[in-house]
Write a protein that binds this ligand. Structure first.
Ligand SMILES: Nc1ncnc2c1ncn2[C@@H]1O[C@H](COP(=O)(O)OP(=O)(O)OP(=O)(O)O)[C@@H](O)[C@H]1O
Ligand SMILES: [Mg+2]
Length: 244
């Protein structure tokens, strides 16, 4: 079967800093992939290249067999790639419902939403547990609820691939467990392929079937959670002895 996402020799240089260096990755549809690595390793840079926020210095990105590098973020979103941001981006001065609706209408507010779009937003708000907040202004939400709004807005774009950048950061243990349950549903029931960047190891190890480790812009390991936890290089560079 054709891979959903293929990165070939993906490289990004910011002046003298190489944030990604010859990254290769093949991701099959339906998977839950984790990306881990130290601060500044280049994880968010990879997401930014896949979603078109920044252009690769060299290398290629294929989604469903088509090259997408060089396309604009809204074009890539239309092709079926959604994301959430490390620093939560919600519109503070509108309601939860309207935030999610913006995802559904692909950020074109001058388009009048259809009944189908309203219905889709209702379903997503229910699924993401935001029902009680639907008419609350986003600025009044907790961190955890804001993160759910970010996730809901991304889901409203009907992605087939969803990139989640540190969705668990700042959540309590209970909230992490709830988020994991939701992500399993999104993957299992909706069939959406997930790539999660996380520093919360418990979450990434529990959720993901496969994990890629990035350090100084380079892929240094790839494997199952068990293989990664026992990989000496990964333990030395990132996980540390305390994690075993
Ligand atoms: N727009 C930019 N301009 C210049 N340098 C950048 C830019 N974005 C990222 N960098 C640099 O690229 C490197 C990788 O950053 P990136 O944000 O991708 O790391 P990360 O793995 O997501 O880290 P964290 O875990 O802290 O979020 C860092 O050295 C960072 O300072
Ligand atoms: Mg980051």
């Amino acid at each position: 079967m054709r891979d959903l996402l293929v990165l070939k020799d993906l490289t990004k240089k910011f002046g003298g800093v190489t944030a990604a260096k010859d990254v290769n990755l093949n991701l099959q549809g339906g998977m839950r992939l984790g990306i881990i690595g130290p601060n500044g390793a280049g994880k968010t840079t990879l997401f930014n290249m896949i979603t078109g926020e920044i252009k690769p210095t060299s290398g290629t990105i294929e989604f469903e067999g088509e090259p997408i590098h060089g396309l604009k973020p809204h074009q890539i979103s239309k092709k079926g790639i959604g994301r959430t941001f490390q620093i939560v981006r919600v519109f503070d001065e509108i309601s939860v419902y309207d935030n999610v609706l913006i995802g559904a209408v692909a950020r074109k507010l001058h388009f009048r939403p259809t009944q189908e779009q309203h219905h889709h937003v209702d379903e997503i708000i229910e699924l993401t547990g935001l029902g009680e907040y639907r008419n609350v202004m986003a600025e009044n939400l907790t961190v955890s609820a804001k993160k759910r709004v970010g996730l809901a807005t991304a889901l409203a774009t009907k992605p087939r691939l969803l990139l989640l950048d540190e969705l668990m950061a700042g959540l309590t243990f209970v909230e992490i467990d709830e988020m994991l349950e939701l992500l399993r549903k999104i993957n299992g029931e909706m069939g959406i392929t997930l790539v999660v960047v996380e520093h919360v190891m418990k979450a990434v190890m529990e959720l993901c079937e496969n994990i890629v480790v990035i350090s100084s812009g380079q892929k240094i390991a790839e494997g199952s959670p068990g293989e990664i936890t026992n990989n000496k290089k990964v333990v030395d560079i990132y996980l540390g002895e305390g994690s075993k």
